[in-house]
Design a protein around this ligand. Structure first.
Ligand SMILES: [Zn+2]
Length: 254
């Protein structure tokens, strides 16, 4: 378990370094000059909080849920076939959970922190309010219990989600043909940047995390194409101060 967690951390660190390097060599959008350092520091602080919550809360309750599953899996649902089914199920779950975060006011209060980033790059992938991480861990417990998901599948899924999230938030400009081909199957930067467009209709679309099929299946695919000058953020809202971002979900009215 510890070895698997260390392997996951090493893979993700390498992938993050690759994406953070490539997005500087081939940027899709010009990086705004004001508040550049403060943004990176704030996203780093959100990452540090998440790096504590994962081993202290998310993994222990996932381990408990996997060991307390409500039924025992038949032989046919184990091995590589079972893993693939688990990954599809968990990706569908994260699509539904992400969509709930947008349409449920109490959940949006926490998820808004992620969307208040006014530019996107690999660091945006780790910018989540600790409240959202805790709520998300709790919601995922239910799926692990109900579907008897083994902890090995949870770990593989977490690694894929992080890799995908770092990739699709990045400012990497892929060759047009490659981007269009990948987008048929997986979430790419052009797909996810539209989700961060500071226009509510686009913010409430393109919810997928790994597979784009969910947005097509459930009618949430935006027709908007990403442009380099597309404003990123939340329509009608802005907050750059870290303490205010932390306190914002608990304010009486926003
Ligand atoms: Zn969102």
């Amino acid at each position: 378990m510890i070895n698997a967690t260390l392997l996951k951390a090493a893979l993700i660190a390498g992938w993050f370094a690759l994406m953070a390097g490539l997005e500087r060599v081939r940027p899709a959008a010009p990086r705004p000059s004001p508040h550049r350092l403060a943004r990176i520091v704030h996203n780093g602080a959100f990452w540090a909080q998440g790096a504590l919550i994962n081993p202290l809360l998310t993994m222990p309750i996932s381990l408990w849920a996997a060991s307390a599953a409500l039924w025992e899996r038949p032989e046919a649902l184990t091995g590589i076939g079972g893993l693939i089914l688990d990954l599809i199920l968990l990706d569908l779950w994260i699509y539904i959970w992400h969509r709930l975060n947008h349409v449920t006011p109490i959940l949006w209060r926490f998820h808004e922190t992620h969307h208040l980033d006014e530019f996107l790059d690999a660091t945006s992938a780790v910018r989540f309010h600790p409240g959202e991480l805790i709520l998300s861990a709790g919601a995922r417990t239910a799926i692990i219990l109900l579907a008897a998901v083994p902890i090995s599948s949870v770990l593989v899924f977490e690694t894929l989600v992080l890799a995908s999230t770092i990739f699709h938030h990045s400012n990497l400009r892929l060759p047009g043909g490659l981007e269009r081909a990948l987008r048929v199957f997986i979430v790419t930067p052009s797909h996810h940047w539209v989700h961060h467009h500071a226009r509510r209709a686009d913010t409430d679309s393109n919810y997928a995390t790994i597979l784009t099929v969910w947005d097509r299946l459930f009618g949430t695919l935006s027709a908007t194409a990403r442009t380099p000058d597309m404003p990123i953020g939340v329509q009608g809202a802005s907050e750059r101060r870290f303490a205010a971002l932390m306190a914002r979900p608990f304010r009486r009215a926003i």
